[in-house]
Write a protein that binds this ligand. Structure first.
Ligand SMILES: NC(=O)c1ccc[n+]([C@@H]2O[C@H](COP(=O)([O-])OP(=O)(O)OC[C@H]3O[C@@H](n4cnc5c(N)ncnc54)[C@H](OP(=O)(O)O)[C@@H]3O)[C@@H](O)[C@H]2O)c1
Length: 271
């Protein structure tokens, strides 16, 4: 049985679907109920309270772990006690490129590597689904606002992150590996807005925010160091953050999907 934490999120929903399709038994974990396929076992638990995962982990063979809470060792000890042999961590590219800012995922990576379990770390770049933040203004005014409109990053389709996670959870040969997951090419915020417009069949106006405007907006839902780190990646990315990684293709044997493909698939959310 495979335990999927974050099972109701952009990555987790697709991962649960792929594992079920492959015939795996799945336990889906999140703090609240959410959209899941009929009949899947769901356990409400909080990663910030490892003991709450007890029921979910009992009898599990593998764990897909998100970065949440501050006791990764507690989660991993409980996982090992429950029977887990393989752990796949969804971390962030920033844990490698800017560990001073992304200390939280970096600490989870350290714990996973020291756990004694068969581990694989997935370092995701920015997810295409971050563009859902535009859904309200695109629906209401056909407008998308973001800073650094002409700085491109190879953001990744959450469905590709899920596909890599499913492969790594089910196949041998990935133990002790750290994979960087990106899309196939850098895409700027302006180009992302254009791609959503094309998917909708009606243009979306791009409104460039100043750094200060974006900062104020992000501070409403992110801690300050993460806001600064995110603005640095969006505005002054390092070469390692702009170059597409070959790892999605290495694992899946096909190229990562484009932002335009993601926009075409998710267009109803912007309508
Ligand atoms: N967005 C990016 O650009 C980006 C880049 C790199 C890495 N990542 C990582 O990728 C992860 C997944 O992204 P996503 O877009 O799929 O996330 P998402 O759509 O926001 O979903 C998060 C999922 O995790 C669950 N969750 C959150 N906190 C939890 C906790 N303390 N205990 C148990 N479950 C919890 C949520 O359900 P409940 O709220 O009901 O618990 C939900 O199922 C993120 O959490 C982040 O660590 C994201």
């Amino acid at each position: 049985m495979i335990v999927v934490t974050g099972a109701t999120g952009n990555v987790g929903q697709e991962l649960v679907r792929l594992l079920l399709e492959a015939g795996e038994q799945v336990t889906a974990v999140s703090r609240r109920p959410g959209p899941l396929p009929d009949g899947v076992r769901h356990v409400e638990a909080d990663l910030a309270d490892p003991k709450s995962l007890d029921t979910a982990l009992d009898g599990a063979g593998a764990l897909f772990l998100l970065v949440a809470g501050d006791d990764p060792e507690g989660i991993l000890e409980l996982a090992a006690a429950g029977g887990v042999r393989r752990v796949v961590l969804l971390s962030s590219q920033g844990a490698g490129t800017r560990p001073e800012v992304y200390g939280h995922p970096a600490a989870f990576e350290d714990a996973v590597r020291r756990s004694g379990l068969d581990w694989t770390v997935l370092r995701s770049g920015g997810l295409n689904s971050n563009a859902f933040a535009w859904a309200g203004t695109i629906r209401a005014q056909r407008t998308a606002a973001a800073p650094f409109g002409d700085v491109g990053l190879p953001t990744v389709d959450p469905a590709d992150v899920a596909a890599v996670a499913a492969a790594v959870l089910r196949e041998d040969g990935h133990t002790g590996r750290t994979y960087e997951l990106t899309g196939p090419a850098p895409v700027t915020p302006r180009e992302r807005a254009e791609a959503i417009g094309e998917a909708l069949g009606a243009p979306v106006r791009f409104a460039e925010q100043t750094r200060a405007e974006a900062r104020a907006q992000m501070l409403a839902f992110m801690p300050e160091p993460v806001v600064e780190g995110t603005l640095a990646i969006l505005g002054e990315p390092l070469p390692a953050e702009q170059v597409p990684s070959p790892d999605v293709e290495r694992v899946l044997g096909r190229a990562p999907r484009t932002f335009a493909e993601w926009a075409a698939r998710t267009a109803p959310a912007f309508r």
